[in-house]
Design a protein around this ligand. Structure first.
Ligand SMILES: [Zn+2]
Length: 232
């Protein structure tokens, strides 16, 4: 994923009041817990991380630090925290891991870059779980209210790279892009063709959700005009 974009969304996100209702994604929930303890402790960052994850009984003082790349606050030297951070960090840089499903609805395939899958609300629970994981990740990245992307039945398009990572996601009606332009363009093309049976949605009729700076640039370029619609 685009590191510059990730950094910007994170510096913005840290200003935001966090809530603790993202428990469907353990990593995000963990990060919230650390950030909550940070926000609750006035101005100065805590010298050690003492969230519910480990009890402070006078053992080694785990220094908390915030990764400048992925924005996660974690306790250095704490093995489980280091592992969580490593997984979270690579998700941010490379996308969420995805092993594939036996019955996939492939709507576009590119031998050099990957495939686009369509997931519908009636699809199996395992598919919904992956969609939830991706949407929690996106909501966190884009500063959206937790649960907002899937608050109504939606069609979800997942762009899966050859490296078995979800590197892009489009939610029809509410479209969120936080990905490199090539990925976003292919996703949008697939979404426009498969959103309404027998109708290709014109580019100018797409609406974008709370775009970031990079998102605005993409939306403008993709809509082929100076303005684009914003979904409210
Ligand atoms: Zn990191």
């Amino acid at each position: 994923m685009d590191a510059a974009l990730v950094q910007r969304t994170y510096s913005r996100k840290r200003q935001r009041q966090q809530t603790a209702c993202q428990d469907s994604f353990g990593l995000a929930a963990h990060k919230m817990a650390c950030q909550d303890s940070f926000e609750a402790s006035a101005e100065a960052p805590p010298a050690s991380c003492t969230t519910g994850l480990h009890l402070d009984l006078g053992q080694a003082n785990f220094a908390s630090s915030t990764c400048s790349v992925c924005g996660m606050m974690y306790c250095q030297g704490q093995e489980s925290d280091e592992k969580l951070h490593a997984a979270f960090h690579s998700s941010h840089l490379q996308g969420i891991r995805f092993q594939g499903w036996q019955a996939e609805r492939v709507v576009q395939r590119n031998a050099l870059s990957g495939r686009v899958l369509l997931v519908l609300p009636r699809d199996p629970a395992a598919h919904q779980r992956k969609v939830r994981e991706v949407s929690v990740f996106l909501e966190d990245e884009l500063g959206l209210v937790p649960g907002w992307l899937l608050s109504v039945p939606v069609k979800v398009f997942l762009y899966v790279s050859l490296g078995r990572r979800v590197v892009g996601c489009a939610v029809t009606e509410a479209i969120a892009t936080a990905f490199p332009a090539g990925v976003a363009t292919r996703l949008m093309d697939a979404a426009r063709c498969h959103c309404i049976a027998g109708y290709v949605v014109p580019r100018a009729e797409l609406a974008f959700t709370n775009p970031t700076e990079a998102g605005c640039a993409f939306a403008r370029a993709y809509s082929q005009g100076d303005d684009f619609l914003v979904y409210k």
